[in-house]
Design a protein. Structure first.
Length: 313
């Protein structure tokens, strides 16, 4: 049955019936607004939007995959501030002929990804639209710590990475060329594996700056460099190329390091730490902060793509 057959409120009932709520949710869906506990007395907030044809294709990703991706993009931003995610709000704009099962699958994916960090989907909105669009707002709690911003990096700091980069970008290239393997890469595009706990751990360890790698490592490290008024030099040999990525690169004529350094959607976290800091579990050194401006790789300007820009792509 299409969504037009069940109507707006029927769809809302079907979606909310599939959700569960954590202890931070004081009042869930059903009223004009939800109520979420904020023990820190500060709320970290971030929003992102996924548009069909621009950010996902239904022939490449199932409904649950899109739910996981939409949630991950926002939850990673909260983690990158050193905070713990608590809640998601979802605005869904759908064509009237979209199957209700697709919307239910989306809700399942959103809820499952949120549950990985103890967060809950607490409300949102729905509208008819010719273009399928999922807009998500995430809320988080700092646990009494100051937020870790992009502007705190200082010359001499160590640059470290938690998570992986290049996998989702390689998967996107594979799909765009009409293939469905290697599975490792395609599944990385469909459902990112985000190191959520690494964000608060980095904050506790004294990280001076941090960012979610959503648009590409070079581009996002560049945001840190600009905000902090410093330069960053990354080490190419700090990044291992898995066999599946190496084989895909050879078959498709792509340098795998272009995916690793310039590809987004894995939602790894990159942070800077004072020299001599014992890195928390899951973090590995990938470069240094220096005097100057811009981002280099082994002391030279990058020779490939640096990241995604919606208005230049």
């Amino acid at each position: 049955m299409g969504i037009a057959g069940v109507g707006e409120f029927g769809l809302i009932d079907r979606v909310t019936a599939r959700l569960s709520y954590g202890t931070s949710v004081l009042l869930g869906p059903g009223d004009d607004a939800a109520v979420v506990a904020a023990p820190d007395a500060r709320v970290v907030a971030s929003t992102d939007v996924l548009v069909e044809g621009r950010h996902f294709r239904r022939d490449w990703c199932g409904a649950q995959d899109v739910g996981h991706r939409a949630a991950a993009a926002n939850l990673a931003d909260i983690a990158a501030m050193g905070a713990t995610p608590t809640a998601l709000l979802v605005a869904l704009c759908v064509p009237a002929d979209l199957p209700t099962e697709w919307a239910e699958g989306l809700a399942d994916g959103l809820g499952a990804e949120a549950a990985l960090v103890g967060a809950s989907v607490v409300g949102g909105d729905m509208s008819a639209s010719a273009t399928l669009t999922v807009a998500v707002t995430a809320l988080g709690d700092l646990g009494g710590r100051p937020p870790v911003t992009r502007s705190g990096a200082r010359p001499g700091d160590l640059v470290a990475l938690a998570g992986r980069t290049g996998y989702a970008a390689a998967g996107l290239t594979v799909l765009s060329r009409g293939f469905r393997t290697p599975r490792l890469l395609v599944e990385a595009y469909r459902r990112p594996e985000v190191p959520y706990a690494a964000g608060p751990a980095a904050a506790r360890a004294g990280a001076t700056a941090m960012i979610d790698v959503s648009d590409g490592l070079l581009a996002d490290v560049g945001h840190v460099a600009r905000a902090s008024g410093v330069a960053v030099d990354l080490r190419r040999d700090a990044f291992e190329v898995p066999r599946q990525m190496r084989d895909a690169g050879q078959a498709l004529g792509v340098d795998p390091y272009h995916w690793i350094l310039g590809g987004g959607d894995d939602h790894a976290l990159v942070a800077t730490f004072p020299a001599g800091t014992a890195l928390p579990d899951g973090w590995r050194p990938v470069g240094r902060v220096t005097d100057g401006t811009g981002v280099t790789v082994d002391g030279a300007a990058p020779d490939g793509p640096t990241g995604w820009d919606h208005f230049r792509a």
